[in-house]
Design a protein around this ligand. Structure first.
Ligand SMILES: [Zn+2]
Ligand SMILES: [Zn+2]
Ligand SMILES: [Zn+2]
Length: 555
């Protein structure tokens, strides 16, 4: 792999814990691309990575291992590399060098070589977003997510502060029901209600003869929550198909929303586009029953890319109305989507005269969001909290959403990578309900009409194939911009007088040509002392950061 010369060298210890996945050299897009398998936790994570050192619960290293590490001649350099990875728990080890060629003379000199590094490798952050795999990298991601969400609500990071006054709504779009499950319910006044009380005896039996009533008031940690009252009544295929097509449902929602706005104002879509832009950021989250739902911030801006306020007739009330209407009408038919997927997979020569596939009735569903559409206006001075029914403050929303940005399914016994087959699924220790969802994903991947969805690769996600955070392009700052800002910042710290080339001149790419080559050498630390120190440093950094953040917010 060759890297662009811009990503060179700024090897500087970052401020404690403040974003340092952006390692010195192979950063940004390249790192992501090359290491996709690792960040998704799919494969290769353990490539060079001793199983004994995985997981925060690994045994404390013998103290002489730590002692050996601390007394190594290159310990300070190792420590600096650790800081550069953001104290990553399982960094990528790279071998390679960067050469500089003088464009005038053609002379080439080495600018950087991993030979000079501890262990002859360069460490870069794994970038994994899952907290239990890398607490440090997932924290960087979470902080970035929070910044992205917040700057779109309150300004900053290149966003005008006037954005605070734009009409802005926090919306939660849930999935519909797939069969009765144990649940918590609250009355309008906030009182806890029983799960499924059914006084009428014949309402209590399902066609399988099971009692589908439940008089209990479940506590929030009750393991029965989200589990179906009758698994045979439960629509597992519908549930998995909903997860699989939820991103499509959301996409359609974002198309319908401007249409509804135009309709409410009695104008055409073209006229609408001359007056406003609809921008959003959304996160996906699993409900305890294992179905995804979406939380989103939807904001109205004026036309153009500079995020100016929209005309006065565009109010938060109008936006709320349009959101509710769009969410209520949006739908997709699985038969159509599956047919399209089958046709797309055909070779081009066959695509023009396709025999129209008849989709199995057992796979036909009309997918829609659930009827419980929650909308809450976001105001700069509001004091509501999620769940209180009041208007929400921008700060509360940013925190609330960021919390979900790194969280996936936290149910015990669920794997963090795809399962390899029915045997592996059988061996799981999770709740029967999740097991059935996982088997359904597996079975659907073997059905000729749903094989295109490749749900065998998404068993561990219960069929959800989308991203956990998405946003419209101009909602606010991007992950890449935040990462680039970190690199620039560290580079400036490291080279207060500017970077030099191997001839001790100011580095100028018009004068020298930089060429880098890197080779993957493994993942993770090579000794348990190194790993333990990385985890401890990361935990300390997070604590510093948490305190700093609280101080900022409470002042
Ligand atoms: Zn990491
Ligand atoms: Zn119940
Ligand atoms: Zn039943």
């Amino acid at each position: 792999m060759t890297l662009p010369a811009v990503a060179l060298i700024p090897r500087t210890a970052p401020a404690l814990g403040v974003g340092a996945t952006a390692g010195p050299v192979p950063d940004a897009g390249h790192r992501h691309h090359a290491l996709r398998e690792n960040t998704d936790g799919k494969e290769g994570r353990e490539a060079g990575h001793s199983a004994a050192f995985t997981g925060p619960g690994c045994p404390l290293p013998p103290s002489d291992e730590l002692f050996d590490l601390a007394t190594r001649a290159d310990f300070h350099r190792w420590e600096a590399q650790l800081a550069n990875t953001g104290n990553c728990a399982s960094p990528i080890r790279l071998l390679g060098r960067i050469n500089a060629t003088d464009r005038a003379t053609g002379q080439t000199r080495v600018m950087y070589d991993t030979d000079s590094e501890p262990g002859q490798v360069l460490l870069i952050g794994c970038g994994n977003r899952r907290e239990h795999i890398c607490p440090a990298c997932s924290q960087v991601y979470k902080n970035d997510a929070r910044q992205i969400i917040r700057s779109g609500l309150t300004g900053g990071k290149g966003m005008p502060e006037t954005v605070t006054a734009h009409p802005c709504v926090f919306v939660t779009l849930t999935a519909p029901g797939f069969g009765p499950v144990h649940t918590t319910r609250t009355s309008r006044r906030g009182r806890q209600l029983p799960c499924r009380p059914r006084r009428d005896a014949h309402q209590r039996r399902c066609p399988h003869g099971r009692d589908i009533s439940c008089p209990r008031t479940h506590r929030p940690d009750d393991p029965r929550l989200g589990q179906p009252l009758c698994p045979d009544c439960y629509d597992y295929a519908g549930h998995v198909l909903f997860n699989a097509f939820a991103p499509e449902l959301w996409r359609r929602f974002t198309i319908y929303l401007p249409r509804q706005l135009a309709r409410l104002l009695g104008i055409t879509q073209k006229q609408l586009r001359q007056q406003v832009r609809v921008r959003f950021v959304k996160v996906a989250e699993y409900q305890v029953r294992g179905v995804v739902h979406y939380h989103a911030v939807v904001r109205l801006d004026g036309p153009g890319d500079d995020c100016q306020p929209p005309p006065a007739q565009y109010t938060a009330t109008l936006l709320t109305q349009a959101i509710r209407q769009a969410a209520a009408v949006v739908s997709c038919e699985t038969a159509t989507l599956l047919t399209q997927a089958i046709l797309r997979a055909l070779p081009p020569s066959l695509r023009d005269t396709p025999p129209p596939p008849v989709i199995d009735p057992a796979l036909r569903r009309i997918l829609q969001f659930g009827t419980q559409i929650d909308t809450r206006v976001i105001r700069p001075t509001a004091d509501g909290l999620p769940g209180t029914g009041k208007a929400l403050s921008a700060q509360a929303v940013a925190n609330y959403i960021a919390k979900y940005a790194t969280k996936t399914i936290s149910a015990p016994g669920l794997p963090d990578r795809p399962l390899r087959g029915p045997k592996a699924i059988d061996a799981l220790t999770c709740a029967q309900h999740y097991k059935r969802l996982i088997s359904t994903c597996w079975d659907l991947s073997k059905h000729p009409q749903t094989a295109q969805l490749a749900l065998n690769r998404w068993t561990h996600m219960l069929g959800y194939r989308g991203h956990f955070l998405t946003k419209s392009r101009r909602y606010s700052v991007t992950f890449t911009q935040l990462r680039q800002a970190r690199i620039t910042h560290r580079r400036q710290q490291r080279h207060p007088d500017g970077e030099k080339d191997p001839w001790r001149r100011d580095l100028d790419e018009r004068t020298v040509l930089l060429a880098a080559s890197w080779r993957y050498a493994g993942t993770g630390y090579t000794t348990s002392g190194e790993r333990q120190l990385a985890l401890a440093t990361a935990a300390r950094a997070r604590e510093h950061e948490r305190i700093a953040r609280e101080e900022i917010w409470t002042n």
